[in-house]
Ligand binder design. Structure first.
Ligand code: DHB
Length: 307
């Protein structure tokens, strides 16, 4: 039993894509949903209008992960809401990312006024739009935005968060999130604004923002685990945590679940390995569980030992 649920929506498998990877086109989304080891799919974060994103090269694979500054290339809100309004055999999560708080309100208004009844995720953490800070690092702004959102939004809503690095910040963000009927938080987005230097060419490796970009993959696993754990320890039980960040192996998945993840997303490793990653991770996770005598995620979810 590798299942989870968010707001009563059942996921028969725990695995999702991390938004941004393999989810910009309906073809990519279909491929995810058709894989028997995938539990559901998250759309590329939609903006009000379609966007080409930042100039290439804008994604670069590193020895221990990835760096990207995509700049929100996406086909626009209408494209993605049309997709999730169609019938799919598995749940979808509609990710939206305004370029401002006003845009966020407009996007959510359109969802509220539509026939869509599924899960929505408001991205409060894109680090790659030039001149736009990550909303969820502005606690007052986040409080004010969620206050306006929940004055009219009555459908299932979660948020995507950036990583936090200070225990007081976990206290502060969860004190805000716990005031609202959120279905879930998805943690973490990429670690914003890292820089990779290629010594041979004495150069940065991506073009936008002078080479600065969001970090993902193995190098972010400890940050992701800390965020999943710290959020799970502080959030209302009704707010599920989707664990995202640094998963390369079944053991990494197991660690996310131990920290309290309900579902687990794959980003950098999905980009590197393709859809086959889900079968491999399922086999590796099932082997670890069998060795330990576990038959369900619930046997160990959130049960991390401290010493
Ligand atoms: C992009 C990156 C993010 O981390 C995000 O949350 C949204 C968009 C991007 O660069 O496209």
């Amino acid at each position: 039993d590798l299942t989870g649920q968010i707001n009563g929506v059942p996921f028969d498998r725990l695995f999702l894509n991390a938004s941004g990877v393999h989810c910009q086109s309906t073809t990519e989304l279909d491929e995810l949903l058709q894989d028997e080891f995938v539990g559901g799919a998250v759309t590329k974060s939609a903006t009000l209008e379609k966007r080409a994103g930042n100039p290439a090269p804008r994604y670069y694979e590193l020895a221990n992960g990835s760096i990207n500054s995509m700049g929100l290339p996406n086909n626009g809100f209408d494209y993605y809401i049309q997709y999730v309004l169609q019938f799919h055999a598995k749940p979808t999560i509609l990710s939206v990312a305004g370029l401002s708080a006003d845009d966020d309100i407009q996007l959510l208004n359109q969802i509220q006024d539509s026939d869509y009844q599924g899960l929505t995720e408001l991205n409060l953490s894109c680090p790659n739009v030039i001149g736009k800070p990550q909303m969820a690092y502005d606690f007052e702004g986040t409080q004010a935005l969620l206050q306006s959102v929940f004055s009219f939004f009555k459908k299932p809503l979660g948020v995507k968060l950036p990583p936090y690095f200070d225990l007081v910040h976990f206290d502060q963000i969860t004190a805000i999130l716990n005031q609202f009927p959120l279905t879930h938080v998805n943690s973490i987005n990429s670690i914003g604004n890292g820089l990779w230097v290629d010594v041979a060419s004495e150069s940065v490796v991506i073009k936008p923002k002078g080479g600065f970009g969001g970090l993902g993959g193995k190098m972010v696993l400890p940050t992701a685990l800390a965020n999943v754990r710290a959020l799970r320890q502080r959030l209302n039980d009704s707010i599920k945590v989707i664990g995202t960040g640094g998963v390369q192996t079944g053991a990494d998945v197991f660690a996310h679940i131990l920290c309290g993840a309900e579902l687990v997303s794959i980003g950098t490793q999905l980009q590197a390995e393709g859809i086959g990653v889900y079968h491999r991770l399922t086999n590796e996770l099932e082997r670890i569980m069998a060795d330990k005598g576990y038959t369900a995620l619930a046997d160990f979810r959130g049960k991390l030992n401290t010493i």
